[in-house]
Design a protein around this ligand. Structure first.
Ligand SMILES: Cc1ncc(COP(=O)(O)O)c(C=O)c1O
Length: 392
């Protein structure tokens, strides 16, 4: 019989050095905001993963660790089973987190001064990994129509020149929640192939997709695209393992794989984390039942949020995300300067969201909220919003 999990259970994270909780004062200047910002989940990490980690602790030595065949096979099997993508285990490399992987990719495949394109509004480390390494950031803004976002292909092609070396893709897209469709990815991939732009695809949210939407790996679309793509995956978002810093990079082009692995070695980041390796294997080998229940619960949180806002606060617009547990709320109906909006949310509604402009200037007037928490917490946040925004 399949085990049933209780996602309503509230577990205090206070005193665990959780960034989402302990950094509230530093970020919001209010240590009591209900934290809906950092993208980890307030749900318990699955028991079968915790059990395997505890079991490893029965051995009393935690020395340097390595990754064997089981590690790479578990990733390949998961991608086949969940996403129907056949990847050879030899095409998979380790990364100590997806963001570190993006930074390594920028260092490995581009030079200072090269141009790198991101599609804004997008996850803020996409901006910083480019800018902090002395590359030129090119923002290809997504086109928004009534809350629905699409890629701007015409502008993209016009923006590419001889200095443009890389495009960093978010699939599914954080924060707007799009799960890019085959035809969209194909068109994007073909433009990048035509202009010799390397695609770095961040697919960390690929398991968090709601029916009828379906995640499509861009590298699966054609041999030409695959040759020019590296993709990042991790069990960290899906199974709440972000503190273990373990993810993977997939390059079917052996040349790209070699360059990436050389960088990993040159930066001495190759070793990895003993518990992260165990957690990844357990997650990918045993995680489907837990994940299906998580997705159903998240869909419930998304549905109640959308319904509540629609019925009670229709000036706050929300289109249900196709993937990710993040919702992108449009507050532009209130016509407030962003700082004033932030102050109202933090100091009057007592909620800690990610302010929209951190994802790019087109995020002005928006807020990103993390719905991976108990239904009770979601309802509390919505009630707090109603008290403040009803009267505006
Ligand atoms: C698109 C995206 N990439 C990467 C990360 C973080 O990856 P990691 O913790 O493995 O560096 C996040 C976390 O929110 C994310 O949303």
């Amino acid at each position: 019989m399949k085990k049933i999990y209780d996602f309503d259970k509230v577990v205090s994270r206070l005193g665990t050095d959780s960034i989402k909780y302990e950094f509230r004062n530093q970020v919001f200047k209010n240590e009591n905001v209900i934290p809906m910002w950092v993208a980890d989940m307030d749900f318990e990490t699955p028991d079968f993963i915790l059990d395997a980690i505890k079991k490893r602790c029965e051995h009393s030595i935690l020395g340097y660790t390595s990754r064997g065949e089981r590690f790479y096979n578990s990733v390949a099997n998961w991608l086949k089973k969940r996403h129907n993508w056949t990847v050879q285990p030899q095409s998979i490399a380790y990364s100590p987190g997806v963001v570190p992987g993006l930074a390594m990719a920028v260092l490995a495949f581009t030079q200072a001064g090269d141009k790198i394109i991101i599609q804004t509004p997008v996850y803020h480390p996409f901006h910083s990994t480019v800018k902090d390494t002395g590359r030129q950031l090119v923002e290809n803004e997504l086109i928004e129509d009534n809350g629905f976002y699409e890629m701007n292909f015409e502008k993209l092609e016009a923006q590419i020149d001889s200095r443009t070396k890389m495009l960093i893709l978010s699939n599914p897209h954080n924060p707007v929640g799009r799960v890019w469709k085959k035809d969209e990815l194909l068109r994007l991939g073909e433009i990048c192939v035509k202009h010799n732009v390397l695609i770095v695809s961040d697919d960390i949210h690929s398991d968090l997709v709601f029916k009828p939407h379906k995640y499509q790996p861009i590298a699966q679309l054609s041999e030409a695209i695959s040759k020019q793509t590296i993709s990042f995956f991790a069990p960290s978002k899906t199974f709440n393992l972000a503190g273990l810093s373990t993810s993977v990079m997939i390059a079917e082009n052996p040349k790209l794989l070699e360059i990436y692995n050389n960088t990993l070695e040159n930066l001495h980041l190759y070793t990895g984390n003993i518990f992260g390796n165990i957690a990844l294997m357990e997650a990918y080998e045993k995680g489907e039942n837990w994940l299906e229940q998580l997705l159903a619960y998240l869909q419930g949180n998304i549905d109640v949020t959308a319904t509540f806002l629609n019925e009670n606060l229709p000036k706050i617009k929300m289109l249900k995300p196709e993937g990710t547990y993040l919702a992108w709320l449009d507050f532009r109906g209130y016509n407030l300067p962003q700082q004033e909006l932030n102050n109202l949310l933090i100091h009057k509604a007592n909620v800690g969201f990610n302010t929209g402009e951190m994802f790019g200037k087109s995020g002005n007037g928006f807020q990103r909220i993390n719905l991976a928490c108990s239904r009770e917490t979601v309802m509390q946040v919505l009630a707090n919003l109603k008290l403040v925004f009803d009267n505006l």
